[in-house]
Design a protein around this ligand. Structure first.
Ligand code: NAP
Length: 249
């Protein structure tokens, strides 16, 4: 059992995978959550173990309460009591105007991006809180620059879900500040991962990078570095922060 136990939701690819790898190097035992791509999750776990770190892969759809409860029981048994959570699992959808969107799309967008984060945070607080016999901890939520840009003509629903994550971060940070738990969010801008292909636009970073004042997309590792700092004791007085990682986008 380790005293630094971290769950990274959506840890199999992109920003989550970069965070899991970096966290393991910083001494965290890491639970790498995924929902569909077990091969990608296994590869992250294999790389961490090859570097001498501790990691397990855990399957769960973060929007499904029963699956999340089972995932946490598995982590309790295999790694010990959680002290860190990165609420990273998230999805976009095809670019559409609001007038063309379906209710099913909105439900999926909010179920995964918002309810999923609430569910995983609830279970984390139950384990971390000094009021529940825990030793405290840190939660980092993945918001997005979309929360302040609104993502018109692409995915206003995604932007609204990420705004909910901002409010969630502020409220939860205040609520658990006396329980030894810090809660922060990062707002990545245009980051080079497979999320853009899943929204039907694999070239999105290349096509939009001219809009970024730094004139380039960011890497998953650049976001992971900020997440790791927020998780660490170096950020011991930082809570309720929404940290931009967007090249000034
Ligand atoms: P990505 O490359 O598409 O990876 C998404 C990850 O989330 C995968 O590990 C995937 O698992 C997992 N996932 C998706 N739905 C899930 C569910 N229902 N339950 C559990 N896991 C689920 O995404 P990314 O670009 O790294 O994005 C990570 C986070 O950063 C997201 O919250 C995203 O909104 C946010 N963000 C990204 C950008 C960007 O430009 N990339 C910008 C701002 C914010 P499988 O491998 O099993 O599919």
């Amino acid at each position: 059992m380790s005293d630094k136990v971290l769950l990274v939701t959506g840890g199999s690819r992109g920003i989550g995978a970069a965070t899991a790898r970096l966290a393991a190097r910083a001494g965290w035992a890491v639970a790498v959550n995924y929902t569909a791509n077990s091969l990608a999750a296994d590869e992250v776990v294999r790389a961490i173990r090859a570097g001498g770190g501790r990691a397990i892969a855990v399957q769960a759809d973060v929007a499904d309460e029963a699956q999340v409860l089972k995932m946490y029981e598995h982590i309790d048994a295999k790694l010990g009591r959680l002290t860190g959570l990165v609420n990273n699992a998230g999805v976009v959808d095809r670019a559409q105007r609001v007038e063309d969107m379906s209710v099913a799309r909105w439900r999926r967008m909010f179920d995964i991006n918002v309810i999923g984060a609430f569910l995983c945070a609830r279970e984390a607080v139950r384990r971390m809180s000094t009021k529940h016999g825990g030793s405290g901890g840190a939660i980092v939520n993945l918001s997005s620059a979309a929360a302040r840009l609104g993502a018109p003509n692409e995915y206003v629903d995604y932007a609204a879900a990420k705004s909910a994550i901002d409010a969630f971060t502020i409220g939860l940070a205040k609520e658990v500040a006396g329980d030894g738990i810090r809660v922060n969010a990062v707002r990545p801008g245009l980051i080079d991962t497979e999320i853009h292909a899943s929204g039907g636009r694999p070239d999105r970073v290349e096509a939009l990078k001219h809009q970024v004042p730094m004139q380039r997309g960011g890497t998953a590792d650049e976001v992971a570095q900020t997440i790791l700092w927020l998780l660490s004791d170096a950020a011991s007085y930082t809570t309720m922060s929404l940290v931009e990682v967007s090249g000034a986008r």
